[in-house]
Design a protein around this ligand. Structure first.
Ligand SMILES: *Cc1c(COP(=O)(O)O)cnc(C)c1O
Length: 483
């Protein structure tokens, strides 16, 4: 059953609060004399008039319609929807952290500065970089920040002809978008038939006009770029830099570092790899970590530990400046710090091992009945293809994804990466037990049986949700969010 809107529950005169009458002089309501008349409301806004219990029940019912990691598996590839320990939520809700202000005297926020400073130290060792910034508020924001630094680096060196950023076809969509926003020209690098960077194609595109190669390793097919050392040598030899998209560090954290692979700059998604519930565009954090070459260009202020405690440093003249208000999403930063402290270096390694093991287990099981076109061994995720199902029964990746909702699962990522026809991209994460993976496989096989026996019903899935199949394209192209 679908949930009515609050406005549908509205009864004139009903109120969600009950206060004694106001005994102060009135006037706030009329206190907008400077607002031009055409901008002033001519009649009262039509707001829902509901009782407190109506509101509580409405949102409680809505919350039970939402799928999250806390109520079921969420194998959305490239999003790392891992379980986020409640300890982090508890600590992030403490008044000592929520009731402070970035402008209060620095002597009163030394604890928070130590959280940021220590986290930067931990992230430096996890990435093999020398320092970083916690300001960016999302992965894409981190990309923007890192690429801005690359641009400043070349401008400072007078290499103004370096205007191109090379990006593999398999890259996340934010990569070319961020490069364009910073003012670079995006040049695509082909993948070879194994799904890895095509070295010959890369070589043919490397010259004095290339500022950077933007890469993620493992790539979005879940495959490790085994020639990464060779690739980084090629790019550096041509005078370019290497940018690592570290949104999903789940496969390699504690095991290998982008620094050792030859990368100069990396962004991380704390809200994927290092705890913090995400999805729906909630608060995120995309720290950017750099090696010594790019360190002078980091956003300011930096945090420095002196004899008299932590201080802000504003004097870096090559800095690209600020990229967000104050210090980014501090509570997300805090959760990441809690996560890393709780896990310890051995726990971090174990998480990577389990993420990779789970993905390979699931790939081996699902691979018995659906094609996985690239790679025998994957890292933290893998991409299956529903193209045979489509040919044989007219059942698409989209249909399979929708049917999984009926089975109580969040669908995998669909139609990405574009290299794979009818792509279904699974990332089970380290959170799931072998029993829960087995249940998922059973559900998936039930769907494949249905594709054979009753494709028409499957094509109308989901059947057990308040609303059926929505016109997703129209929802994006003609959004109508007004009542
Ligand atoms: C999620 C993701 C991003 C973008 O991160 P946002 O926080 O959504 O901006 C970039 N690259 C990869 C590989 C990702 O998975």
């Amino acid at each position: 059953m679908s949930e009515p809107l609050l406005i549908d529950l509205s009864k004139s005169g009903r109120k969600a609060y009950c206060y004694p009458p106001l005994d102060l002089p009135r006037g706030f309501e009329q206190a907008l004399p400077d607002l031009p008349i055409e901008l002033q409301r001519q009649k009262a806004a039509r707001l829902p008039e509901v009782a407190e219990l109506d509101v509580v029940r409405h949102f409680t019912r809505l919350s039970s319609l939402v799928h999250g990691v806390d109520n079921g598996m969420y194998p959305l590839g490239s999003c790392t929807m891992k379980y986020n320990p409640k300890l982090g939520e508890h600590i992030a809700a403490m008044e000592e952290f929520t009731q402070i202000h970035p402008l209060q005297d620095i002597s009163t926020v030394q604890g928070c500065l130590s959280v940021m400073y220590n986290l930067l130290e931990d992230l430096s060792s996890i990435t093999g970089m020398s320092w970083g910034t916690l300001q960016p508020c999302a992965g894409a924001h981190g990309e923007y920040t890192g690429l801005k630094m690359i641009r400043s680096y070349f401008l400072k060196r007078g290499e103004t002809e370096r205007t191109k950023v090379l990006i593999p076809v398999s890259a996340h969509g934010t990569n070319p978008a961020s490069a364009s926003v910073v003012g670079f020209e995006v040049v695509e690098v082909k993948s070879n038939k194994e799904g890895l960077v095509d070295i010959d194609d890369l070589a043919s595109k490397l010259d004095h006009t290339v500022a950077a190669l933007m890469l993620t390793n493992p790539n979005t097919l879940g495959l490790f770029e085994k020639d990464i050392i060779k690739i980084s040598e090629m790019v550096h030899k041509a005078g370019g830099l290497l940018y690592y998209d570290g949104a999903n560090m789940n496969a390699i954290m504690g095991m290998a570092t982008p620094g050792d692979m030859g990368f100069d700059v990396i962004h991380l998604n704390l809200h994927k790899t290092f705890s913090t519930p995400h999805g729906g565009g909630g608060p995120g954090s995309g720290p950017v970590m750099v090696n010594d070459r790019l360190r002078p260009f980091l956003p300011k202020p930096d945090i420095e530990l002196t004899d008299s405690g932590y201080v802000y440093r504003w004097d870096d003249e090559d800095s690209i400046g600020k990229v967000s208000m104050f210090w980014g999403n501090f509570l997300v930063v805090l959760r990441a710090y809690v996560y890393i402290l709780r896990m310890g270096s051995e726990g971090i390694k174990a998480a990577s091992r389990h993420a990779v093991l789970n993905a390979n287990y699931l790939a081996a099981k699902l691979g018995q009945r659906i094609s996985i076109p690239y790679g025998k061994l994957c890292m933290h995720e893998f991409v299956a293809s529903a193209s045979v199902l489509k040919e044989q029964y007219g059942v698409t990746a989209q249909d399979v994804a929708k049917a999984l909702i009926d089975e109580g699962y969040h669908p995998p990522t669909v139609y990405f990466p574009h290299l794979v026809d009818e792509a279904l991209m699974f990332e089970p994460t380290e959170s799931e037990s072998v029993e829960s993976l087995d249940r998922f496989v059973e559900a998936f096989f039930r769907i494949l049986d249905m594709a054979e026996d009753d494709p028409e019903t499957l094509k109308e899935a989901p059947h057990r949700t308040p609303v059926g199949r929505l016109d997703e394209v129209r929802a994006v192209k003609e959004p109508d969010v007004r009542y």
